[in-house]
Design a protein around this ligand. Structure first.
Ligand code: PGA
Length: 247
């Protein structure tokens, strides 16, 4: 059976000191985890966290990548640079990147390509805003976002992890109900199924105010294969409770 993945998204949080404390608490708590575990950290901390997770059950992830291979792109970080720090995962198309940095579906698709080419697993984020949900456009939006990535990546799509993150649930304390989330996950699974024969072994994570109290119910849904956890991944005890709820 495939293992679920619980990935923490630290966003723009942390310090050398607090990272060290968080990772050592997690490392001590994850040794018996049934699921896969990752932390997606700010780029300046990749080296620090790489050395601290070495030899533990925790994999390293990044939060974003340049769509370009190399060159005159001041401030950007390439996929091959991420790879040098043994980065296993990279978030792509997080809603905060789409919203605050104008990332379009086509850009997200190219980023996923760059990440795959560097031997890193992209975690491609999709999700609707509140206005889109209220207008009954949830399916249309998430399918459009995923279609761009499928189109650009061909058969490599089976190497991608998908994260469904309803924008209205991110950092708001409002979680999609397990039924609401499962409904969208089933739509995404069907879309992946039409694109690859490996859709069953692909992971579709849920993200958006997942916490120690609601994780077990969300993670028990048939098409929810893990979680992308923001706020609750910054507290070792909460993140470990979520990890313990995963299979
Ligand atoms: P949240 O963030 O868990 O704080 O809602 C999730 C995410 O944005 O990945």
């Amino acid at each position: 059976m495939k293992k679920q993945l619980i990935a923490g998204n630290w966003k723009m949080n942390g310090s050398l000191q607090s990272n060290a404390a968080l990772v050592s608490a997690l490392a001590a708590g994850v040794s018996n985890a049934r699921c896969q575990v990752a932390v997606c950290v700010p780029a300046p901390y990749l080296a620090q966290v790489q050395s601290r997770v070495a030899g533990t059950r925790i994999d390293l992830g990044a939060q974003d990548v340049s769509q370009h291979e190399a060159g005159a792109y001041t401030g950007e970080v390439s996929a091959t640079m991420l790879r040098e720090f043994a980065t296993r995962y990279c978030l792509v198309g997080h809603s905060e990147r789409r919203q605050y940095h104008g990332e379009a579906d086509a850009t997200v698709a190219v980023k996923a390509q760059r990440v795959l080419a560097a031997g890193i697993t992209p975690i491609v984020c999709v999700g609707e805003t509140l206005a889109e949900r209220e207008a009954g456009r949830t399916e249309e939006v998430v399918k459009r976002q995923l279609a761009a990535v499928i189109h650009a990546n061909g058969h490599c799509i089976s190497e991608v992890v998908v994260a469904y993150e309803p924008v209205w649930a991110i950092g708001t304390g409002k979680t999609a109900s397990p039924e609401q989330a499962q409904q969208v996950h089933a739509v995404l699974r069907a879309q992946l199924h039409a694109a690859t024969e490996h859709s069953d072994r692909m992971l579709i994570l849920y993200g958006g105010s997942m916490n120690a109290a609601n994780a077990a119910q969300l993670l028990s849904q048939p098409d929810i294969d893990g979680g992308l956890v923001g706020g609750a991944s910054l507290k070792a005890a909460d993140f470990l409770t979520i990890i313990a709820a995963a299979r």
